[in-house]
Design a protein around this ligand. Sequence first.
Ligand SMILES: Nc1nc2c(ncn2[C@@H]2O[C@H](COP(=O)(O)OP(=O)(O)O)[C@@H](O)[C@H]2O)c(=O)[nH]1
Ligand SMILES: [Mg+2]
Length: 395
Amino acid sequence: MMQTTPARGTFTFTDAFEAAYREQARQIGRFNLAVFGKTGAGKSSLVNAIFGTTVAETGIGKPVTTGTHYYEHPSGTFGMFDCVGFETGESGDDILASLRRTVEEYRDRPLAEQMHVAWYVLRWSDRRFEDSQAGFVRELRSIGLPVVLVLSQVPITGSGDVHPEAVHLADLIAAEVGDVIIGGRPVMTNAVADPHLNQPVHGLFPLLESTFQAAPEGVIGALTAAQRIDLARKRRDASAIVATGAAAAAGIGAIPIPFSDAVLLVPAQVAMMATIATRYALPVDAGTVTSLALAAAAAGGAASWAGRGLANLAKMIPGVGSVIGGTINASIAATLTTGIGFAWIAVCEQLVSMDADEIAALLGDGSVLRSTFLTAFKSQVHKGVDSAKFSESAA
Ligand SMILES: Nc1nc2c(ncn2[C@@H]2O[C@H](COP(=O)(O)OP(=O)(O)O)[C@@H](O)[C@H]2O)c(=O)[nH]1
Ligand SMILES: [Mg+2]
């Protein structure tokens, strides 16, 4: 379980973090969404709202087949096929034949390259669902794509309900294609708030839930990482990574190590941080994520070698100050590692709603990263100690 001894000169925080990040990002794979609907239906707005602006706005994408472009999120965990050529289904058999060929061709590729889920986006104000559109949705399903039917730009009435005519349209659609769409009904959404008309954003969580329901098992991890509205899902995955990291650290501390050797724990902690980072799919490259982790870890001081900074954090565990010169046992090793894990989760949660420019600005002045990290670290290690005290007094 123990990793290579971090002798200075052979182990560097940056190299270890970046290598682990790249490897974990490769393992997590990619979720690919195919989006259909008329121009102006609100496809890009929905994708941006759930996966971040970086997907649908940057560049023109890579041409795949007639009218279809592929956009890749910088984190690598998400890709979008923007199928602008398939607007109404009226263009008929040629388009579907070409789509069928593309989907079949992709099906022979690794899972991370296949199309996993389709969103068919229909603007509510069109107020119609034509036979050709129903036929197109059925074709998508017969090609093997799970289809989420999305009503977009749906207004909310003064009493806070979805507009009754949108509900009526959803009923009609459910009657027509309910047997082939996820959940049997359209998901009603509004991706962009309109303060003038007092219209809130709504329906994004149900859309994401339907997308999870439609996605194959092998890409759930990538979808969890790529989406950025359900932080609880990310936290569940990240907490499990912390538990694994803490167990590894407890193993290293099973035979107590001198306090001065807290750096022995650092390689496992750095790997844990890198793994957690992949679950937040930040819209920046691996090198930038590494710099963010380095800046946060400098919260422990000794920024010349951030590994030492992590080790220094041990002094902040309540009760540990008095054993300096003593040893780190399994419990202290686990507490330290858990603290580092949740401190880094707090930083990632702060970063996940930001775009690349905002992240760069935060990196320029590392003080926010350090203080977020440190505050969360202290709160976590106190929590650990308090609950230990509680169980002692309860016993
Ligand atoms: N109020 C409101 N406007 C939206 C919504 N979705 C899209 N729009 C606007 O409609 C226009 C077209 O949206 P876009 O997402 O680019 O559509 P796409 O062509 O299907 O990708 C843009 O001006 C958006 O701001 C929405 O849910 N609510
Ligand atoms: Mg668009």
